[in-house]
Design a protein around this ligand. Structure first.
Ligand code: GLN
Length: 385
């Protein structure tokens, strides 16, 4: 068996959702909204299944979707992408990440990653033969730091992986952090793989800045997006890769033998959805921000210390005031004894160096959040006394 994969535990999101199902707990763990998603987009998919072409779509994605992606990002992020040579559709962002890493890493190449890191990154880097250089980011701000970057980057660095907005911290890297990272990428001739799946889920008037627009980054950035996140349809697994043609060509070589293509009906519906008016994206953000505020207020009233959430479906609770420094044990008790599933942040730190934060997903109906808050009261009580 391959040693990288043989000993891997099951991903924390699957473990927690499984426990939530088995124990009939409220699932604030794995990140997905509990509403059914935009009806017009789903209707498009249904119509396309019934009346459209259900045979293999083109390997790079339906031309109408690739054009819609280019138009969408020109409008929302000022990107100038050629739909035919710089845009590819994948079966979810995770496939896009895998294809990018398999395409670019040669055995022995060094790859810079930032912790907290999404749990797929490290096994994929290692499976590709890469050597991970992990830079831990510190709560509560999770900012990049020049000294730490200087230690991690060298002329052996092939690639850096950045997740912005950052899951699970719910923070956003702004222009200053991005400029710092770009300076290291250009100095050491490094390619950046940017997992930007949360780009539309940002709050309080924030605007996502893609790393690709920073000086020197246009031709060395692979930008990854996700229709699942944009429309709150996480099971659809429709992702996008955007990169300069010479980079995208190699990523496409990996993609053709991973999944080859993605269900055409979903591609048709996503093409329709991406061209919807700005108001629909603003309304989605406003709905999630309301849920964030509801959960934040409820937790604060109960004596929890809540870290600010600037984007994503998540917020974090600080366990330190509860006298707890074992997030895994806390989440285990929370789901088994109190019926609420959450995600321990140490799952995102390969050395488990941060163990006092727990991630909760607020993308749920008001009554679900309220019931979860009732259950969480029992856990907060010792600190409130
Ligand atoms: N992105 C989701 C999260 O952070 C998990 C997706 C998955 O389970 N693969 O919760």
């Amino acid at each position: 068996m391959n040693p990288v994969l043989a000993d891997l535990p099951t991903t924390i999101f699957t473990v927690m959702s499984g426990l939530a199902r088995d124990l009939n707990a409220i699932n604030l763990g794995q990140g997905f909204p509990d509403d059914p998603g935009p009806e017009d987009v789903r209707r498009r998919a249904a119509e396309a299944v019934l009346h459209g072409d259900n045979q293999y779509p083109p390997m790079m994605g339906l031309p109408e979707l690739r054009r819609a992606i280019a138009t969408h990002y020109a409008h929302h992020e000022d990107l100038d992408l050629d739909p035919m040579s710089e845009v590819m559709v994948t079966s979810g962002a995770t496939e896009a990440i895998a294809a990018s890493l398999f395409a670019l890493i040669a055995p022995g190449d060094e790859v810079v990653l930032f912790a907290p890191l999404y749990d797929a990154y490290l096994p994929l880097v290692r499976r590709a033969g890469g050597i991970a250089r992990i830079v831990p980011l510190q709560p509560p701000h999770f900012r990049l730091d020049a000294a730490a970057l200087a230690e991690a980057f060298s002329d052996r660095t092939k690639l850096v992986i950045l997740n912005n907005p950052l899951n699970p911290s719910a923070t956003i890297f702004g222009r200053e952090d991005l400029a710092l990272l770009a300076s290291f990428c250009t100095r050491h001739d490094v390619i950046a793989v940017c997992d930007e799946v949360w780009e539309h889920i940002v709050f309080d008037g924030a605007r996502h800045i893609p790393l690709m627009v920073l000086p020197g980054m246009r031709d060395r950035t692979i930008k990854i997006g996700s229709a699942g996140k944009i429309f709150g349809l996480t099971g659809w697994k429709v992702g996008f890769v955007m990169a300069a043609a010479p980079l995208l060509r190699v990523v496409a070589n990996a993609h053709q033998f991973l999944t080859f293509t993605t269900p055409p009906a979903l591609q048709t519906a996503v093409a329709y959805g991406l061209s919807k008016e700005d108001a629909s994206f603003a309304a989605m953000r406003a709905r999630f921000a309301r849920s964030r505020d509801r959960l934040t207020a409820g937790l604060s009233e109960r004596g929890f210390r809540v870290l600010p959430s600037h984007g994503t479906y998540f917020l974090n609770v600080d366990l330190a005031p509860l006298g707890c420094d074992d997030d895994v044990a806390f989440c285990d008790t929370l789901v088994r004894q109190h019926g609420v599933a959450a995600i321990p942040i140490s799952a995102f730190y390969p050395d488990a160096s941060v163990r006092h934060l727990v991630r909760l997903c607020f993308a749920k109906a008001d009554d679900v959040l309220d019931r979860a808050l009732d259950r969480l009261s029992a856990v907060a009580r010792p600190a409130a006394r």
